[in-house]
Design a protein around this ligand. Sequence first.
Ligand SMILES: Nc1ncnc2c1ncn2[C@@H]1O[C@H](COP(=O)(O)OP(=O)(O)OP(=O)(O)O)[C@@H](O)[C@H]1O
Length: 308
Amino acid sequence: MLTRAYQHSLNGSHLPAGEPLLEVDGVSLRFGGVTALSDISFTVTQGHVHAIIGPNGAGKSSMLNCISGIYHPQEGQIRLQTAAESGERTTSTLTQLPPHKIARLGVARSFQNIELFSHLTVLENLMLGRHIHMKHSVAASMLWFGPARKQEIAHRRLVEEVIDLLQLQAFRSKPVGALAYGIQKRVELGRALCIQPALLLLDEPMAGMNVEEKEDMARYVLDVHELAGVTVVLIEHDMNVVMDISDWVSVLDFGRLIADGTPDDVKTNPAVIEAYLGSDDEDSAVREALQTMQEQVEQDQIESDARG
Ligand SMILES: Nc1ncnc2c1ncn2[C@@H]1O[C@H](COP(=O)(O)OP(=O)(O)OP(=O)(O)O)[C@@H](O)[C@H]1O
């Protein structure tokens, strides 16, 4: 529910919270001799922030690429359940669809590396995020002529709401290439949100950020989720962020699903701790966070033994 008075709902899904939105069912993906994903099954629930975590090379990006249609798994199915405003349900199998068709069904994503038009302004980049809903060409809308004008005004209103939600007012007329990295990542989040997604896929939205930028970004992801009600699937390396903002966590290791549960379940799961501590993950912050978790688990055990 939005606290500010917005005209548009940025959440493209009309499913009630708690219902299965996306079902990953027995997905396997191979590149020649490399098995990137092996028989993966999990469910993304409407209304959740669902994190996918795992050491380097575990298969996280491959999983997101299968959901968004960039990769097509050799086995298994991925199904998206959508509901019209009338409540009528449709289940779409995404597994063999191309990315643009999956985007039209309401699955939006941001990438690990920023993929914006750096010479265009923030506003123009966000308007490009609307293009899948536009009947007239983006160029005609931007040039402000003919019947495109009415349509442009409606799209512009929605884009203004995204600018307001993500507090991008001060940057709206600036070319994206001139902005700080953290702001560019926020614009990327905004562009994905402009699709009015049923499901928002975020591939390491906080990668390369300093602590302050990470905290800001985590806040905006939570706003997108809590204020706009959008279901989010998130890949993130920073364990503290994951445990703070997620409702559900799926853990991959060497292409296998080794844990799937609430943050509390996952952080005390010995297989998860083992996977991270035994990995060659270069991200020392991840290793340190898990070391702390393991110490916490041991401490809890000692205290519980002491209590008898
Ligand atoms: N296009 C590809 N061609 C060949 N192998 C690939 C391809 N994409 C991924 N892989 C392999 O699949 C495995 C999983 O990679 P993936 O990038 O999905 O892992 P990840 O968990 O996202 O890693 P990271 O945290 O480092 O981004 C790796 O062994 C990787 O080398």
